[in-house]
Design a protein around this ligand. Structure first.
Ligand code: HEM
Ligand code: HEM
Length: 317
């Protein structure tokens, strides 16, 4: 007998549009991150010394005739497009007629919009200041938090969220803490990776490699625990299995990145090493996707382990 009662999909049709927009936003933000990582890996961050325009134009010639110009300018374009989609989604969720959205969903739409605007400004200020490590590390880390925010927002707008009923076989809140620790160690791993990338510090690099072991253990415990205690929640096993698989690929790719990276780091000459730049950029991208998966798993565990709603007073026994 399943312990999960069926839940009526309240207001399902009206949230389909915002959900689709949230998915489009996730896709464009993911492309922006990959393109940003290519910009860093090829040392193209200062291809244009001005901002918000590039060479004083919306569409500069060098963005189509040089590789550094192509990476940096199209990164800005994808970033701006993601910003516009985020603005549209926030307006839809906040003011959409007849939409039944939770307060948390509205807060996530607002938070995501603020994050992406801050992200664009940090990217721009970084260019104007000649890419100091502080702005580059903050920009690299905040990118992942922005993507994770959009992922949880998409989850909140999904059919899966509406249909997930509270599990009655475990205590409310079960598994939340371990998954939250999983998210935390992934964020720490990103910060240390970003410091290694933007300062070339061997100390940060080896801390990043060592912390991979911590990430591995914590993520394995979190996913195993979630599967063991909440495995009956629809969709949860799939997220756990994908996280575990991606983690193994990411660690293997990390070793490849360690072997092939050169200490010139993100200097402009690296534009000649497109193969190396692509492998390292995929490592950055998979790092984002792992943070997204662990955060979405957290949101799903949170949803499934909420307290069951009490029947209204006076309802027939
Ligand atoms: C629209 C305005 C933006 C500008 C002007 C901008 C600028 C830049 C620059 C110059 C770099 C290279 C930094 C370096 O090598 O030190 C970069 C990298 C990057 N950007 Fe942006 N960016 C913008 C928006 C965004 C957005 C919206 C995101 C994602 C939410 C994003 C994510 C990234 C990522 C992930 C990197 C690579 C970081 C790394 O590999 O360490 N950017 N950006
Ligand atoms: C446990 C999972 C791991 C995650 C989630 C992860 C994530 C990341 C991220 C997000 C970055 C870039 C940060 C940024 O600039 O924004 C990075 C950089 C890096 N990671 Fe990892 N990483 C992991 C494991 C590893 C392992 C095991 C190794 C090596 C054995 C490794 C080697 C590297 C290297 C060499 C860089 C810097 C690349 C460069 O020089 O530009 N990573 N990692």
């Amino acid at each position: 007998m399943s312990s999960i009662p069926a839940v009526s999909p309240l207001a399902a049709p009206s949230l389909r549009g915002p959900f689709r927009l949230a998915i489009a936003l996730l896709v464009v933000t993911t492309i922006t991150i990959l393109w940003g990582a290519m910009t860093t890996s090829t040392g193209s961050g200062l291809a244009f010394l001005d901002w918000p325009l590039s060479d004083g134009k919306l569409m500069p010639e060098r963005s189509l005739t040089t590789l550094p110009g192509f990476f940096e300018h199209f990164h800005r374009i994808f970033g701006a497009l993601a910003g516009m989609l985020s603005l549209g989604l926030w307006a839809w969720v906040e003011y959409g007629q007849g939409l039944q959205v939770e307060r948390a969903t509205r807060l996530l739409a607002r938070g995501g919009l603020v994050l992406i605007i801050v992200q664009g400004v940090i990217g721009g200020v970084g260019v104007l200041k000649g890419l100091p490590a502080l702005t580059s590390v903050t920009h690299g880390t905040l990118a992942q938090l922005t993507l994770a925010t959009f992922a949880v927002l998409a989850y909140q707008l999904s059919e899966r969220h509406r249909r997930t009923a509270p599990v009655t076989t475990v205590a409310p809140g079960t598994g939340r803490r371990v998954v939250a620790i999983g998210v935390l160690v992934l964020v720490v791993q990103t910060v240390v990776g970003a410091i290694a990338r933007h300062t070339n510090s061997p100390h940060a690099l080896w801390t990043h490699v060592g912390n991979a072991l911590v990430v591995f253990f914590v993520a394995t415990i979190a996913t195993a625990f979630a599967m063991g205690r909440l495995g009956e929640v629809p969709g949860l096993k799939g997220v756990c299995q994908t996280t575990a698989l991606l983690l193994i690929v990411q660690i293997a790719l990390g070793f490849v990145a360690l072997l092939i990276r050169n200490s010139a780091g993100k200097s402009p000459g690296n534009v000649a090493n497109l193969g190396t730049a692509s492998v390292i950029s995929i490592h950055v991208l998979l790092g984002s996707l792992l943070t997204v998966l662990m955060t979405t798993l957290g949101a799903h565990v949170y949803r499934a382990t909420r307290r069951p709603e009490r029947p209204p007073a006076g309802a027939a026994a």
